[in-house]
Design a protein around this ligand. Structure first.
Ligand code: ADP
Ligand code: ZN
Ligand code: ZN
Length: 746
């Protein structure tokens, strides 16, 4: 043992995976201090809670002193890592995120780690047993083993793979047993070796594709991005659907790979990872890993380790991949940057795009935001020249942008939501052996079940909403708390059997279309039809197999899928967002319509889009159809500026929920009174107000909104508020959440 302490400080401050904003002090036992240099970013096991319970924590800092008397401080039980498991850079990012989002620091750090590491497992590649010939084995004749069939087969196979040995994978392939191997080991003919498992990236024997020649807009964008290498900057690749944005980032990636950099490509949802992976594999001969929530804990840890050890050069991942432990990052790409799923909507409510930008700033590398419908936030940043605005306004190849046409529904007789004109256009399209896509952002059979005799409506027991009818599953389902019950056939109020549905969902539309177009396959894409893991792939395969087909679906259709033979898109209800009480309602609707419309005519055939609307002259609908998304966004931004809304004002929403009515509301009322003395003049405080759906999953919900043109002041107030809330909700059954830069304010 050395006689100097490797860790000088007697205390550590530890972050635990608990919803408290504090860190916790522990003593470092002398024995540990002699043997280890304890540093921030190492995991420790510490006593926490009642009895002899323990938790895994992360060292935030070592310290000479503590605010507590030494006798009250418990010692660390064990040190789990020899060196920090996260780099200084990621450590700083997490610490910053905890401050910025006013979220408990332990939960932030633990969110950034793969589940296995949160549980305390070692941060090592798993090992596996490989088999090799010994000198004796090399000279032994396999015929001498003819009485031991399995051993003979094993030795035979091993002799054929003498050079590289046999991996567990090959054992399975050749149907060999490890019992045979052990037997041979006893005879001294073979030996084993433990090798660390590095997920052998399947070398996909894809024919590498020859990249197309870039058009001038693409070439200019690629050039601009590459000019930003090695410095921080944000580029907004604002390109209409099918303009070849992906091609631009493939070029940028190609150049950065040559510089030996790692590239992080973020996509909004898991469903898009296989598609993105295939496209990348067909281009690059390099190790690509995926990072998303549909992987097992072990798979995630393997991917995490591969990235950390620099064995993966391209990382494709969803929201949480912003925390990947890459050490040679050269570029972060955020595809479909407008997508709301980059924001976590519960717990640690971070926005992965914004964190990625923060991370890139620390690393002095560029970020590329790509979208056909950029968020108003990013548009504003581009307008103010904080982002490089790279526009692609031509479709790549010979494809043309689809024509947008309004279908006036006023006074029309509708057939289950379709106008006669719409149906006729669908018929014509199918006759040309082309495909139709029908978009309706409402899944299930119908949004309402009603009694003809007494007017009773089926409502959720736990939320203030109606239950959705799912006929095929024979259920009434709440889309807000996920509870469901059997579909009723008699009214629980008056016992009448005359129950009827109101409105249409995708399940009903699928049935209707099956009747109208008997000889055409109708395929539904929504959350219900794609629950099984491979369902979406199967459906898209079917779409590619048939010439004519009708696709019916929800917003899942809007997300980057490529259906080359779709030439007509029908938007069943273009009016949804027009009168929304959410100030982002119009932005969302415009993004959705533009993205869905963009599925039409992606190859050489021109596409058409029909927007069914009762408000064909509404300025927003007209602007979108005639001038397009950018023009609508510009007028939307002017409106936001006049109304002091984000992105011109910064916003924080404080939410509270309680089982008892009014409790959440009165808590926020008290908070508002507490805060009022601290408010500066430019600050706007609204509420507390009840959520639009007041009761959800049995909780009564209220909100308080704070806005300011200056972030600094806003954050000072929110820091005070969070302290006050933590203290004043301790003994009540009230939960609160702080939502910085919220996407939902209702
Ligand atoms: P986006 O990402 O903007 O939707 P993609 O990069 O997927 O667009 O391109 C759309 C289609 O056009 C793809 O099939 C792609 O291979 C093709 N493409 C892209 N750039 C070119 C180009 N310069 N010349 C010909 N085809 C191209
Ligand atoms: Zn009734
Ligand atoms: Zn419910």
């Amino acid at each position: 043992m050395v006689d100097t302490l490797l860790t000088q400080d007697p205390y550590v401050k530890v972050a635990l995976n608990v919803p408290l904003r504090a860190t916790f002090d522990y003593k470092i036992p002398k024995a540990l201090a002699y043997r280890h240099h304890i540093r921030p970013g190492m995991r420790v096991k510490v006593p926490f809670g009642k009895g002899d319970r323990h938790s895994i924590g992360l060292v935030i800092e070592t310290s000479v002193s503590s605010d507590y008397p030494d006798t009250q401080i418990k010692p660390i039980t064990a040190l789990l890592d020899d060196s920090p498991i996260i780099s200084q850079e990621l450590f700083d990012l997490c610490a910053w995120a905890a401050r910025y989002y006013h979220h408990p620091i332990g939960e932030v750090f633990f969110h950034a780690l793969p589940t296995s590491l949160r549980k305390g497992e070692t941060a090592d590649f798993r090992t596996e047993t490989w088999w090799f010939l010994t000198e004796q084995g090399k000279t032994t004749d396999i015929e001498s083993l003819k009485n031991a069939k399995q051993q003979k087969a094993f030795l035979d196979a091993l002799k054929q793979h003498a050079e590289h040995g046999l991996s567990p994978h090959l054992l399975t392939v050749f149907e060999l047993t490890s019992a045979a191997a052990k037997g041979l080991e006893k005879k001294g003919l073979v030996r084993s070796e433990q090798r660390s498992f590095i997920k052998s990236v399947e070398t996909h024997a894809h024919q590498k594709q020859v990249p197309p020649t870039l058009n001038p807009e693409q070439a200019a964008a690629t050039h601009a991005i590459l000019a930003m290498r090695n410095e921080f900057g944000v580029a907004l690749l604002d390109g209409i659907t099918g303009s070849g944005k992906t091609e631009v980032f493939l070029r940028a990636i190609e150049a950065l790979l040559k510089d030996d950099k790692q590239i992080l490509v973020m996509v909004p949802e898991i469903g898009l990872t296989p598609q993105t992976l295939r496209r990348f594999e067909s281009r690059f001969n390099t190790d690509i890993v995926l990072m998303h929530s549909n992987m097992t804990d072990r798979e995630r840890l393997d991917a995490w380790l591969m990235i950390e050890h620099g064995q993966a050069n391209i990382i494709i991942g969803t929201r949480s991949s912003v925390f990947v432990p890459a050490t040679r990052l050269g570029l972060i790409i955020i595809d479909e940057e407008h997508d709301a799923s980059y924001k976590q909507h519960e717990g640690f409510r971070y926005h992965a795009r914004d964190l990625a930008i923060k991370r890139a700033q620390g690393l002095h590398i560029p970020v590329l935001l790509a979208s056909a419908t950029p968020s108003y936030e990013s548009m504003a940043n581009a307008l103010q020249k904080r982002y490089h605005w790279l526009k692609l306004r031509q479709r790549a190849g010979d494809a043309q942008l689809p024509q947008m046409e309004r279908v006036d529904l006023r006074g029309q007789s509708l057939k289950q939501g379709f106008s006669e004109h719409t149906l006729e256009r669908m018929r014509q399209t199918l006759e040309r052996k082309e495909q139709v896509l029908v978009f309706l952002n409402r899944r299930g059979y119908a949004p309402t079940l009603m009694c003809h005799q007494c007017g009773w409506i089926a409502a959720c027991d736990h939320c203030d909403v109606n239950l959705t009818v799912h006929k095929r599953a024979n259920k009434l389902h709440c889309h807000h708390c996920d509870s469901h019950k059997a579909l009723l056939h008699t009214c629980p109020e008056c016992h009448s059997t005359e129950l009827f549905t109101v409105g249409e969902g995708t399940e009903q539309i699928e049935g209707v279309l099956n009747q109208y177009f008997k000889h055409t396959p109708v395929l539904r894409i929504d959350r219900d039809s794609t629950q099984r893991k491979s369902a979406l792939t199967q459906i898209t395969q079917k779409i590619h197999e048939h010439d004519q087909a009708i696709l019916v679906g929800t917003q899942m259709l809007a997300k980057g899928h490529h259906f080359p033979n779709v030439t007509l898109v029908v938007i069943m209800d273009a009016d949804v967002g027009l009168f929304s009480s959410d100030f982002r309602g119009m932005e969302r609707t415009a993004q959705l319509i533009t993205q869905v419309a963009g599925r039409a005519g992606r190859s050489s055939k021109r596409g058409h889009v029909l927007l069914q609307t009762y408000h064909p002259d509404h300025s927003a609908i007209e602007c979108l159809c005639v001038q397009g998304y950018e023009a609508l966004a510009m007028s939307g931004l002017r409106e936001r500026q006049q109304l002091a809304l984000p992105p011109f004002y910064h916003q924080v929403v404080i939410r509270a929920e309680s089982q008892q009515e009014q409790q959440a509301m009165s808590l926020l009322m008290q908070l508002r009174n507490q805060m009022s003395v601290h408010l500066s003049e430019e600050m706007q405080i609204v509420g507390p107000y009840a959520a639009i759906i007041v009761r959800k999953a049995g909780q009564h919900r209220a909100l308080l909104s704070l806005k300011s043109p200056q972030r600094g002041n806003l954050h000072r107030i929110v820091a005070l508020a969070s302290q006050w809330l933590e203290q004043n909700t301790k003994n009540h059954k009230i939960r609160f959440a702080i939502d910085v830069d919220p996407l939902e304010t209702f």
